[in-house]
Unconditional design. Structure first.
Length: 266
């Protein structure tokens, strides 16, 4: 009962609309960097994030250290950054429509074209993000986290392509695509929610005595957030597919038994 209820919620139109709305907001925020300069976007968005942190933290810095670092990094590697932001966000947007069954069945050619666009967008956008992540504010651990984030997304995406292009295995293609999109969505959206909403609470909970302790705590929490934002979605994607497959098989067995009982009755 509990599993069926969860699956119904996950497959509901309301949840899809919620996911789509959040995705559109995040994609819109990313595309601001294309039309506006880095300083303007960070001043607007960054200031909203910064006020969520404790007053003690704000006393030492006029701006969150991460934003200071990113401001300089995005300017220094502007082409790489704009490539990552524009192409990856496009993949994020187009990917969510690939899971709508009606669109897949009625418009197969469009689904295939969008699939190729998603593939190349991931390869280009995520690769640029990996190179960008190697120059990381929180050090080598965070850089390795971004490598795992981008690498796992690319591996799942390429595997999905191999399954459908070479083996025509639609079931495995769907599984790998779902893993790919779970990781991408969480890496972009959940990761930023953790930075804005969870890490401030962690800092306030531990109540560091000095700004050095506060910044060290932020770096540790930030690094953990990077790893969690791509490792947990892989597990959740497989759990979702396992439960979906389990309930589907159970329903098929139940329907088969019912048909056999009808035949016996006749």
């Amino acid at each position: 009962m509990v599993v069926n209820t969860i699956l119904k919620i996950l497959n509901s139109k309301l949840l899809f609309l919620l996911f789509l709305s959040v995705t559109l907001v995040m994609v819109g925020g990313a595309w601001l960097y294309i039309f506006l300069d880095v300083d303007t976007v960070i001043d607007v968005i960054g200031s909203k994030i910064y006020i969520l942190y404790s007053r003690e933290y704000n006393e030492y810095f006029e701006e969150l250290p991460l934003l200071v670092f990113d401001r300089e990094l995005f300017k220094r590697k502007n082409v790489l950054f704009l490539t990552h932001v524009s192409v990856s966000s496009f993949a994020l947007l187009i990917g969510i429509f690939q899971f709508i069954k009606t669109l897949r069945k009625k418009y197969q050619l469009i689904h295939q074209i969008c699939g190729y666009i998603y593939l190349f967008s991931c390869l280009i956008g995520i690769s640029s993000g990996i190179f960008l992540g190697m120059d990381e504010y929180a050090g080598m651990l965070a850089a390795l986290g971004f490598l795992g984030m981008g690498g796992s997304t690319i591996i799942c995406t390429v595997q999905a392509f191999i399954c459908i292009f070479f083996y025509k295995n639609y079931k495995e293609h769907y599984k790998w695509t779902l893993r790919s999109y779970y990781i991408m969505w969480s890496s972009v959206i959940v990761f930023r929610f953790i930075i804005a909403l969870v890490i401030p609470k962690v800092i306030e909970y531990y109540d560091p005595d000095t700004i050095q302790e506060a910044e060290s705590l932020f770096r540790d929490a930030y690094s953990c957030a990077i790893f969690l934002s791509w490792s947990v979605p892989i597990i959740l994607a497989d759990l979702y597919m396992s439960y979906t497959n389990l309930t589907t098989n159970t329903n098929n067995i139940s329907n088969s038994n019912n048909s056999k009982n009808r035949k016996k009755t006749k």
